[in-house]
Each structure stands twice: as structure tokens, then as C-alpha cells.
Write a protein that binds this ligand. Structure first.
Ligand SMILES: N[C@@H](CCC(=O)N[C@@H](CS)C(=O)NCC(=O)O)C(=O)O
Length: 199
């Protein structure tokens, strides 16, 4: 499998973590470089990463790529969804927070301060609302679903690490809810080897 992406993208990281967990190998095409970006645009009209290429088949979107990986490689030591509709809601909520953070980051990278606009505060408020809701839903802590690592947890951990890496949102506000989950999996090889890095 060829995986188009960057070493910083939290959406790409989910796929890298799942691939490592289920034992799928891939060749990374770095889309931060001009030639990688040109290659991405040849395979995807969306121009977003991750994109996976397996021979003739090209798949856009982290969730669909993960669906492909788990369909053909199983879940390995990951927790398979017990209720896929519930997990889908959790991952949708995490995506909502992450997309808000990504928009803030992109504006800042263009030299704009999103906090000078109502838009910026709205994104921060949405992120806070989502993380507060997730804190109740994920049942973290002893005896909670935090004992296992499923797609919602991987997505949340990649999101929190990326928000810290880009200094987009004060994730420490939610340490009481997510600190134990973060600590429990920090050294897990699939997560430890995929932390965001400037390429
Ligand atoms: N729904 C997509 C979101 C992917 C996404 O937003 N990727 C970002 C990088 S973190 C991207 O490629 N952004 C490029 C752009 O917006 O131009 C997925 O889950 O794969």
C-alpha cells in the first residue's frame, strides 16, 4: 500500500497507527514535498491526506482507509467496535473538534488571528463542548472502555497530540478526563513512533 500524507497530519496518523497495529505495511509518499503534493493531486481530486493506493484501488479519507485495513487485516490487538454506530458518533464528534482546530491552524498559518473573528471563538467553544461530551461518553478510567484501544481512542489521542503540537487549543483543560488515557498509551509503539514531527 502507498500512503499519501505527512508526518504531522492527525488524520494520517490514525491510519499509520492502525496499520502498525494490524501489521499492514505501507510506503509513505510525503505530500509536504512538492513532488509528493503533485503525486497526491494526480490520485485525488480532494487534495487532502490521507489517501491510500493499493494497485488499481485508490481510497480517500482516513476512516474509509481504516475500514479497508481492518476488513482485510482484522483488528489485531485493537478493540473492535462493539457498537459501530456509537463508535461512528464518537469519531464524528472527534472529527468535528479536529476540523475546527485544523481551520484555526490554517488561518493562523496565513497570518490571520482567528480569535479576532467570532469564527475563532465559535471553533474553540465547539471543541470544548465536544471534549466535555466525550469525557462522559468514553467512560475513561478504571474499568472504563479506556482499558482498550479502539478507533475512538486512537482518533482522540491523535487529535489531542496534534492540538498540543500546533498549540491550537489548551488540551490541559481536559486532563482530568483524558490524562489517564493519554498516559496509558503514550509508550505504545504504534503511537510513540507516529507522534507529529516537522518533516
Ligand atoms: N475527512 C478527511 C479529512 C482529511 C484532512 O482534512 N486532511 C488535512 C490534513 S490534517 C488536509 O489534507 N488538508 C489539506 C487542505 O485542507 O488543503 C479524513 O478523515 O481523511
Amino acid at each position: 500500500m502507498k500512503l499519501y500524507g505527512t508526518t504531522t497530519s492527525p488524520f494520517v496518523r490514525r491510519v499509520r497507527v492502525v496499520a502498525a497495529e494490524v501489521g499492514a505495511t505501507f510506503e509513505m509518499i510525503n505530500t509536504a514535498a512538492d513532488d509528493g503534493q503533485a503525486a497526491l493531486r494526480r490520485v485525488s481530486p480532494i487534495w487532502k491526506v490521507p489517501v491510500a493506493e493499493m494497485g488499481e484501488r485508490i481510497i480517500y479519507d482516513s476512516r474509509v482507509i481504516i475500514d479497508w485495513l481492518t476488513t482485510f487485516h482484522g483488528w489485531g490487538d485493537l478493540r473492535a467496535p462493539a457498537d459501530r454506530w456509537r463508535d461512528a458518533n464518537l469519531v464524528n464528534a472527534i472529527d468535528g473538534a479536529l476540523e475546527s482546530g485544523v481551520q484555526m491552524f490554517y488561518l493562523r498559518r496565513e497570518g490571520l488571528d482567528p480569535m479576532t473573528l467570532p469564527f475563532g471563538q465559535r471553533q474553540l467553544d465547539r471543541m470544548a463542548a465536544i471534549f466535555e461530551w466525550l469525557a462522559g461518553e468514553l467512560e475513561l478510567g478504571p474499568g472504563g472502555s479506556g482499558d482498550g484501544l479502539g478507533l475512538p481512542e486512537i482518533s482522540l489521542l491523535a487529535t489531542l497530540d496534534w492540538l498540543d503540537f500546533r498549540d491550537v487549543y489548551p488540551t490541559a483543560k481536559h486532563d482530568a478526563a483524558f490524562g489517564a488515557l493519554r498516559a496509558a498509551h503514550r509508550e505504545r509503539p504504534s503511537l510513540a513512533t507516529t507522534r507529529p514531527l516537522v518533516s
